[in-house]
Design a protein around this ligand. Sequence first.
Ligand SMILES: [Mg+2]
Length: 360
Amino acid sequence: MSPAHSIRSTASVLSPGVGRSPVATPASKEKWIGCLVGQCIGDAVGAPVEGLPPKDCKRHAEKVLRQGLLDDTFLGQSRFGQYTDDSQLARELLLGLTEHGRLDVADYAARITRLFMSGEVVGAGKATAEVARRLASGVAPDEAGIAAPSAGNGSAMRAAPIGLWYADDPSALIAAAREQSRITHQDVRCAAGAVAVAGAVALSLRGRPIVTEPFLAELSEWVRCIDQTVAFDVYQISSWVTLSPDAAVTFMARAGLCPGFDGEWAGISGYVVPSVLWSLYSFLRSPDDFVQTIETAVAVGGDVDTTAAMAGAMSGAYLSVSALPQTLCERLTDQGRWGFAELTALAGQAHAAWQDRSSK
Ligand SMILES: [Mg+2]
């Protein structure tokens, strides 16, 4: 989660044309479940090798996803399944949306604070941990966020539920993704990354085959409302997606960085731009294959619980829960709670609440 620096300028002009509904028919409950559970699986696959070089991550992904060897030794546990802060925070976001019927910034800030102060957070990012301490000491949510140019992926990694809840209202999606981002990350690139993740989920719910270029063109238009240069990078994936992972990573790992900046990460860093781009690349390279998407997201090395969590949310939203490996679904856990059954129930309740909201 280390912050990175770049020379980006920002723009904040709501563009026309984002008001039309991206959803032809209401998305099914199975897609909502797929999104939440898919995020947790990606997170849990990547977590044991977070920060490790590509060769270690590649070997680990193949072992878990292709050979079915699920003995991870992660956080003292000997079996696959523990997910981390990415998915804990996404789960809390969906809980809040369900309870309030919309994004309630004060409620979500309180949920972040509670998760961190209780000690239940797993693999906490430094920036969000610092903000949680500020919130706990009484700093207001609109003042607590880490200031620019720190621009980690901590607010993008949890943004998928915004894409579920606001899939039929792009303007509201953009506003909500930005507002939830600002609680912890004030850099506008973080908000742009959150819009990219939430927007990709929303577009994946449509129930139509994904065609890369128009998918990215529409997503880029939404991101452009927040930051023009991140939007350009998002659209650039339409050129990079045909490259092999080894070739694509040479472009995407450095996206948004100053020329000559020499990051300390092998693979994809925790800087918001490369990690969001890599999650999109992983998904769009194999939209019909959840396992391949997670393998691509993890094998690159670096901050791979987060790249795989975001890619897993997109893929799960597109393919529905029935396309996710059952053996991995059943192993999910958050320290003995919030396993597959509870996550499924939450996504189902959230979907019902969303339908109820939509029908009023
Ligand atoms: Mg994590």
